[in-house]
Design a protein around this ligand. Structure first.
Ligand SMILES: Nc1ncnc2c1ncn2[C@@H]1O[C@H](COP(=O)(O)OP(=O)(O)OP(=O)(O)O)[C@@H](O)[C@H]1O
Ligand SMILES: [Mg+2]
Length: 271
């Protein structure tokens, strides 16, 4: 039986889709049968980041509505045979997802795949709600910015209140990825350090990913950074994927952690 990891954030544009693509490739590289599903209805771009935009014929709505079988909608990732992708529909109606039908699709995926990543949309609309509802674990992506951390705090609250598992009295594992860390700014005290962020959010750190220009190039060419040995962010995603596969991978100090003076005033906002 597979595990569903929903990748959420609260604030948009922090790197959820980038994370979903790279971690899915990462677990596939570790030999795990993996599928990554786009829940960002109407605004899909995971297909592009994976370089599969020309391959999308059917999407999750077609499967939900029984127009095609799941097999027909799953797109193989050419660069790794363990990975498949299921696209989001491009409809303007963001409420197309239906709980019973989504559950059926996900339970079929759980039978076939070990790792199921859901790329959630920003905000707390229908796609987010479904991603959270069915999650076995959530991966919260934040940037080292107050607005991102505040919004993720709210999103974490929704996980506790609304997920199926927590409604059944079970625990939904929650992991944090801090993305777009700029070590120079942290050292100058102009960016929150990960220590500061962990102090505020109090969830388990899964990994830190540095700001990396190669990511922008990678998004445009459909060649995610995890496949690029030269990319520091790619190496960070690789370490995170290995952790997800149960390996103990030491945390690399990419920022030379220092308590920033910003912390005191920011903490007040969360009390
Ligand atoms: N570590 C990084 N270094 C540099 N650029 C990054 C990094 N992570 C993400 N980006 C860039 O930030 C932008 C937003 O990333 P992405 O689309 O993954 O965010 P998102 O959270 O999925 O956004 P949305 O909420 O709109 O779905 C993209 O242009 C991406 O290339
Ligand atoms: Mg996205």
């Amino acid at each position: 039986m597979g595990i569903i990891f929903s990748i959420i954030s609260g604030k948009g544009g922090v790197g959820k889709t980038t994370t979903a693509a790279n971690l899915a490739i990462g677990t596939a590289m570790q030999g795990k049968k993996t599928v990554v599903v786009d829940f960002d209805i109407g605004q899909r771009n995971l297909d592009m980041i994976l370089g599969l935009e020309n391959r999308v014929v059917y999407d999750i709505t077609h499967v939900m509505d029984g127009d095609v079988r799941l097999r027909q909608a799953l797109i193989p990732f050419k660069k790794n045979e363990n990975l498949y992708f299921l696209a989001a529909s491009q409809t303007k109606d963001k409420t197309v997802l239906n709980k019973e039908k989504v559950e059926k699709v996900l339970s079929e995926l759980k039978k076939e795949f070990e790792y199921i990543f859901i790329d959630a949309p920003a905000g707390i609309e229908s796609g987010f709600e479904h991603a959270v509802y069915f999650a076995d674990a959530v991966i919260v992506v934040v940037n080292p910015e107050v607005s991102s951390i505040r919004d993720s705090d709210r999103a974490i609250g929704i996980v506790d209140a609304k997920s199926k598992k927590s409604q059944e009295g079970k625990r939904v594992a929650k992991y944090l990825i801090i993305n777009r860390i700029n070590p120079d700014l942290v050292q100058k005290g102009e960016m929150l350090s990960s220590e500061d962020i962990l102090d505020i959010l109090e969830i388990d750190l899964l990994g830190k990913v540095p700001e990396d220009q190669i990511i922008i190039e990678a998004s445009n060419t459909g060649h995610p950074v995890i496949l690029n040995e030269k990319s520091e962010a790619g190496r960070a995603f690789k370490r995170i994927s290995r952790r997800l596969c149960g390996e103990e991978v030491p945390f690399v100090d990419i920022e030379s952690v220092k308590h920033s003076g910003l912390l005191k005033s920011i903490k007040k906002m969360f009390q």
